[in-house]
Design a protein around this ligand. Structure first.
Ligand code: FAD
Length: 644
């Protein structure tokens, strides 16, 4: 049997994006010996790619902003499926988390009077995104890392060892969570990407902060790491996922040239004045304001343009409707023959402001597309279309602590669910990471402090995890051998075609059949070579997670017979108020003998459950007329507005 390196910590954080780093800082500051593991280089996470900014109702650019307005915007954006408690905590705590970042060394762009500048973004009533040009995620990660280094320096001064209480395991992939005899978290198992050596990290609390699932789709803004690992690890450890049908397709990914296909064009381009046009040169978004937003958006180009300078007396441009609405509108324009030559529409900022101003406000956008694709955004429009960007569904967590249903298992950031309902507003992820990363780190620390005994890793579980990990090196039992890259391409194409932006019953049934076939094929994946830096082997292991998550998304999408947020059904095009109350919960299917159904890619079950009703004082923040668009009459019988 292969050797396994062993470590022991109080809190293990899996993922070093914004959520993981903020959780690790909190756990360490609460006195816990903390490890952070990340599959890529330290500092390379989706968080670093975030461009537009971090939403927080600081009211620096428009003093009318408040947590209540932010709360309302978030719930509207999520079409009232958000965990109201998470949306409340987020709206209230985001400003403190942004200010705290500056105490770690971040430096946001400034207003003329020296306050943190805030920019407009889709679905936000007021300018609300604290930003650093269009490189906000880089500053966020840089300052969180700086805080980690500062804590390590404190530890060195106290103990002579930088890593005494906080250690980063970079380029180390976790493949399995380990539980004790009672099903409580006892640690995790993984491998060093470079050497292929196995690692076991024992810890009575694990925080999952592994980000998204976008790599399961062909056209995506996500990078190679985002294979739904945290979602799958949680499922296999016995936790539940919720809302997995809600996948966000960002409306403006580049569709051309091929060198930048799928790469994101930040919503900041539209926030700063860029507009969407079809092949007739029409600003088509004025035709796509849905009933639920009637009266809230400008009805003429003149009003929309005035809004950029005078927000008190004009309504915002429909170019800045929430992402799900804009993505669907682009899809319709292309389908009806008014698209660009390569199947998108045009995003024009070049004709809207001087080149120097574009370069100043959007430096990364300008340089990235100039260098990677020879597209000059100061001189020509971009060709854009929907790209798989973010998953709203994820691990079911307690809003206040990030605790999952498995003792000792916590989650935060994109891999957790609840905060964004059926559709995330731009900028609400970075603030989500900080608010709930801190809370999950705190929850994990309190869990460990309250333990009477530490859970013990079962040796049998470690042996099984090691055997599963080396299986792709063994000859396939079926005689045929599958290449992991071919399988991944087939999966991505299928998810894009059948479980993408517009869905139908027949397509979902076909997707589930195809997933069955892929599940059979994954057992026959064989990789060549040895365990030292072997990307084919790494992908073979990631595929298990992608298939499990793919089944959760397709099954949930089949069951939800309505259209809402990041889930659009061609055969059920309307929002259905009875579905608002229901949450779709995914868990592993058990065999008759109580074991997980398949050791390689177990099967999932998706079941509806009741969604917790919103607290009365929060419900009272909305006008009755607005709630009536989302709620059933009986749910609103006791609303105070009824008596007026
Ligand atoms: P990530 O930052 O995705 O980090 C995940 C971590 O988990 C990584 O360290 C990874 O290596 C690690 N990991 C994954 N699997 C494993 C495993 N098996 N073992 C060990 N480690 C693992 N949001 C905004 O609010 N504003 C924006 O302007 C914005 N712009 C964006 C632009 C782009 C191009 C993209 C892709 C996203 C953008 N987002 C934005 C969304 C936001 O960046 C992400 O949702 C967010 O950063 C996710 O953070 P996270 O901490 O949950 O995970």
């Amino acid at each position: 049997m292969t050797e396994t390196e062993r470590h022991d910590y109080d809190v293990l954080v899996i993922g070093a994006g914004g959520a993981g780093l903020r959780a690790a800082i909190e756990a360490r500051e609460r006195g816990m010996r903390t490890a952070v593991v990340c599959k890529s280089l330290f500092g390379k996470a989706h968080t670093v790619m975030a461009e537009g900014g971090c939403a927080a109702a600081m009211g620096n650019v428009n003093a009318n902003d408040s947590w209540q307005v932010h709360y309302r915007d978030t719930m509207r954006g999520g079409k009232f499926l958000n965990s109201w408690r998470m949306a409340e905590l987020h709206a209230k705590e985001a400003p403190d988390r942004v200010w705290e970042l500056e105490t770690y060394g971040a430096l946001f762009d400034r207003t003329a009077d020296g306050r943190i500048h805030q920019r407009n973004f889709g679905g936000h009533t007021y300018p609300r995104l604290a930003h650093v040009g269009d490189r906000t995620g880089l500053e966020l990660i840089r300052s969180l890392q700086q805080r980690i280094v500062a804590l390590q320096q404190e530890d060195h001064a106290a103990t002579g060892d930088y890593e005494a209480r906080l250690r980063v395991f970079a380029e180390c992939t976790v493949t399995e969570l380990l539980t004790d005899d009672d099903g409580a978290i006892a640690g995790a198992f993984g491998y060093w990407r470079e050497s292929g050596r196995f690692v076991e990290i024992a810890a009575p609390a694990v925080v999952l902060a592994t980000g998204g699932i976008g790599k399961s789709f062909q056209v995506t803004s996500n990078s190679w790491e985002y294979t739904g690992d945290g979602h799958a690890l949680a499922l296999r450890a016995g936790a539940r996922l919720v809302d997995m049908e809600f996948v966000q397709f960002h409306p403006t990914g580049m569709v051309w040239p091929p060198s930048v296909k799928g790469i994101l064009v930040t919503e900041g381009v539209r926030g700063d004045g860029g507009v969407l046009k079809n092949s007739d040169g029409e600003r088509f978004m004025f035709r796509y304001v849905p009933d639920v937003f009637t009266g809230q958006y400008a009805e003429t180009e003149e009003e929309a343009d005035r809004w950029y300078d005078d927000q008190e007396n004009n309504r915002r441009t429909p170019d800045l409707l929430p992402r799900d609405e804009v993505a669907r509108a682009i899809n319709t324009e292309v389908k009806e023959g008014r698209g660009s030559p390569h199947g998108g529409v045009y995003l024009d900022i070049a004709s809207r402001m001087p080149a120097e101003e574009i370069k100043r406000r959007l430096p990364s956008m300008y340089h990235q597309f100039k260098e990677l694709a020879d597209v000059d955004i100061t001189a020509e429009p971009m060709e854009v279309g929907p790209t798989c960007h973010y998953v709203m569904g994820g691990i079911e967590v307690d809003p206040d602590t990030g605790r999952s249903s498995v003792p000792g298992l916590f989650a935060a950031g994109e891999c957790a669910s609840g905060m964004h309902g059926s559709n995330r507003l731009g900028g609400n992820s970075l603030s989500d990471l900080l608010v709930f990363g801190r809370r999950a780190g705190l929850g994990a620390a309190q869990h460990v402090a309250g333990l009477e005994r530490r859970p013990v890793v079962r040796e049998e579980a470690v042996r099984r995890a090691a055997a599963t990990a080396v299986a792709p090196f063994e000859p396939s039992s079926g005689g045929t051998s599958e290449n992991p890259y071919t399988l991944q391409t087939d999966l991505q194409q299928m998810m894009n075609d059948l479980v993408g932006i517009i869905r139908t019953h027949a397509e979902m049934m076909e997707a589930l059949d195809r997933l069955d076939a892929l599940r059979d094929r994954v057992r026959d994946v064989v990789v060549e070579g040895h365990r030292q830096y072997n990307p084919g082997w790494h992908l073979a292991l990631d595929l298990r997670n992608m298939l499990l998550v793919g089944e959760a998304v397709a099954t949930s999408a089949l069951l939800r017979t309505e259209s809402r947020g990041g889930h659009t059904r061609d055969d059920y095009p309307d929002l259905d108020a009875t579905w608002r109350r229901r949450v779709l919960v995914t868990h592993l299917r058990d065999d008759d003998d109580g074991g997980a159904s398949d050791p390689v890619v177990p099967r999932v079950v998706v079941e509806p459950a009741e969604r917790a009703p919103m607290r009365d004082d929060l419900l009272a923040l909305f006008e009755l007329a607005e709630l009536e668009k989302y709620y059933t009459p009986d749910e609103l019988a006791a609303h105070p507005g009824r008596d007026r």
